[in-house]
Design a protein around this ligand. Structure first.
Ligand code: S3P
Length: 208
């Protein structure tokens, strides 16, 4: 699976840049509606951004990438925020943005892989939305990420394996739906997620 390295907030038919900090709108009449926000979590390279974008296009919904949202708000790349303020500084901003997005109209929200590392964020995820955990091994994730410089916390593979293993129980703690992404295309994963969201009542078809 190619997860797509450029991240963005996108709506059906719109350029990724179309949605910034203003009201969230799908470009085309939505065919489905969300009853609550959907948060995508999982390790770097799991496909959170690609799958949430794909689903947004399939369903006429809005997708937002938390890291892109942060980069636009801060006018700095994530890697620059890490360089300037360290991981703790990045996590503070990430937590603010998560709370902000959780309180807006429901959308498909692709979170950064480390969002689950604070108890406060885990509480927001569990209380405010439906959480889709996309599982990937560090080794498969490495193959999907073409430019590691955009991921300050993905360095040595051994370290990435250990980080992914340490986070696994945290992803599991918040997950409403879990999809193992191994060997699957973005479209296949998106279809699986769509079915699961319909089944558990987060996604409803609108009358035509
Ligand atoms: C991080 C994942 C990144 C980004 C930051 C930290 C992490 O997002 O938020 O580099 O701690 O796993 P992606 O999961 O979208 O790569």
């Amino acid at each position: 699976m190619t997860t797509g390295e450029s991240r963005g907030a996108s709506a059906q038919g719109a350029a990724p840049e179309a949605i910034q900090l203003g009201p969230l709108r799908a470009a085309r009449k939505p065919r489905y509606q969300l009853t609550r926000p959907v948060f995508f979590v999982g390790f770097m390279g799991a496909g959170k951004t690609s799958v949430s974008r794909k689903l947004a296009r399939m369903l006429g919904l809005v997708s937002i990438d938390v890291d892109t949202y942060i980069e636009r708000r801060e006018e700095r790349k994530v890697s620059q925020i890490f360089a300037d303020e360290g991981e703790a500084g990045f996590r503070r901003i990430e937590a603010q943005v998560l709370r902000e997005l959780a309180g807006r109209e429901p959308a498909l929200i692709g979170c950064g892989g480390g969002v689950v590392t604070t108890p406060e964020n885990r509480q927001v995820l569990k209380e405010c939305g439906t959480v889709v955990f996309l599982y990937v091994t560090a080794d498969e994730a490495r193959g999907r990420i073409s430019d590691l410089s955009t991921r300050p916390l993905f360095n040595e593979i051994e370290e990435a394996r250990a980080r992914n293993a340490a986070r696994l129980p945290l992803y599991q703690e918040v997950a409403t739906i879990t999809v193992d992404t191994a060997g699957k295309s973005v479209s296949t994963i998106a279809r699986e997620v769509r079915q699961a969201l319909i089944k558990e009542g987060t996604l409803c078809a609108l009358p035509r």
